[in-house]
Design a protein around this ligand. Structure first.
Ligand SMILES: *Cc1c(COP(=O)(O)O)cnc(C)c1O
Length: 397
């Protein structure tokens, strides 16, 4: 079958495929400790589920306006005002089928073939593919543990070419868990304005920051940078609502309108009752969010201590999201039985086969020295996982 070039160029999401492999082993009765999932393990809070049930019972089951119901767009505006001191009009909000869809829409309406998009390494896999799907060219800004996996303004300025259109920023970040401070964002904003770039700011982990940090949106740093920001967020990570598929973009009016027009020819509105649930999430009690955040913080500390205790493994303390990103290059060249561990894929595969521990190889994020551990799993699983990995590392020769 002859497929379009566009389809043949797509690499499937490696994070989802490892999760699928782990789940398949689990279905065979093998007990897997799964650190590969990119979603909270908590159940969606009751009051949110109830809102969906009520919407269903009330027959709220028809098409809604393409960019979402007013109630939800207004709730997004009110939340941005409250949490990030941002002023928007509901007409600037486009509700989509998850934040991933909002990102896709944004790239489709902003990028021409040949345009360059700057991604910060280690980057979330879908950015790379979505840039390519828009016919544009992903360019990667390297970072390291030394800079806390953050780019610098000098580095950004030096990377800009006449074709550079967009910087993709993700704070708190997946996979490294880095969080940019207000000062760091202000310095980046200066370069963005000077170089006439746009910034797509993926703030899907905004609610998950630790050690008393605050989440800052680059859009909140002044009217000029706000006019150049497409802010992406959603309910998936904050409210344990990954399956509901509600996310949004908040953008300057012409961009928002183009995104809604594009969406009108693909998915139309996101699911009606999921939108009602999202309204309940944003306008209801935020206590479950804080409870989940605190639990994530405790798990981060426990898993971090476990990983840092491993010989030849180093791990920075992440500041947000729910991932740890240890450097395992110290294990490269060693053997498990006959198998030489040459890269992150080898380590992840042998860990899954021999220790039944599922993690994502860093190569999936363009960073082959690392593994990504999600701590969106129970503390019992974390304890068991630490033990299994400890035994695994001991067996390497
Ligand atoms: C999970 C995730 C998303 C997508 O979230 P959905 O709203 O479920 O589509 C976007 N960006 C990053 C960095 C993520 O980790």
């Amino acid at each position: 079958m002859q497929l379009a070039d566009r389809a043949r160029g797509i690499s499937p999401s490696p994070t989802l495929s490892i999760d699928a492999k782990a789940k398949a082993m689990q279905a065979q009765g093998i007990k897997i400790i799964n650190f590969s999932a990119g979603e909270p393990d908590f159940d969606t809070p009751e009051h949110i589920k109830k809102a969906a049930v009520e919407a269903l019972a009330a027959g709220f089951t028809k098409y809604t306006p393409v960019p979402g119901i007013n109630e939800l767009r207004e709730a997004v505006v009110a939340t941005l005002k409250k949490n990030r001191s941002l002023d928007y009009d509901p007409s600037q909000v486009v509700i989509s089928v998850g934040a991933k869809h909002a990102l896709y829409n944004a790239m489709q309406v902003l990028l021409n073939p040949g345009d360059e998009v700057l991604l910060c390494h280690p980057y979330w896999v879908s950015y790379y593919e979505q840039v390519k799907l828009a016919g544009a060219v992903p360019r990667v800004l390297e970072t390291s543990e030394a800079t806390g996996f953050k780019i610098t303004p000098e580095q950004l300025a030096a990377a800009v070419t006449p074709r550079t259109r967009v910087l993709l920023l993700n704070s708190p970040s997946n996979p490294a868990g880095s969080v940019y401070t207000r000062e760091e964002l202000a310095a980046l904003a200066e370069v963005i304005l000077a170089k006439n770039l746009l910034v797509i700011s993926d703030e899907i982990y905004s609610a998950l920051v630790y050690d008393g940090r605050e989440h800052v949106s680059i859009a909140s740093l002044g009217p000029e940078i706000k006019e150049r920001t497409i802010l992406i967020d959603g309910v998936s990570k904050t409210y344990a609502m990954t399956g509901w598929r509600i996310g949004w973009a908040v953008a300057p009016r012409p961009v928002a309108k183009a995104m809604a027009d594009l969406q009108s020819h693909s998915t139309s509105n996101p699911t009606s009752i999921a939108q009602k649930a999202a309204v309940a999430a944003l306008t209801g009690t935020q206590e479950p969010v804080e409870e989940m955040r605190r639990e994530f913080e405790r798990r981060r500390d426990r898993l971090l201590a476990g990983l840092q205790a491993l010989p030849d493994v180093t791990c920075l303390k992440p500041e947000g999201a729910f991932y740890l990103f240890p450097n395992v290059s110290g294990l490269f060249g060693r053997r498990y039985g006959e198998k030489v561990l040459a890269n992150s894929t080898d380590v992840a595969e042998v860990l899954l086969q021999e220790a039944q521990v599922a993690v994502v190889p860093g190569i999936a994020f363009g960073a082959d020295a690392y593994l990504r551990f999600s701590y969106a799993t129970s503390r019992e699983q974390i304890e068991e996982g630490i033990e299994r990995i400890g035994r695994f590392v001991e067996q390497l020769t």
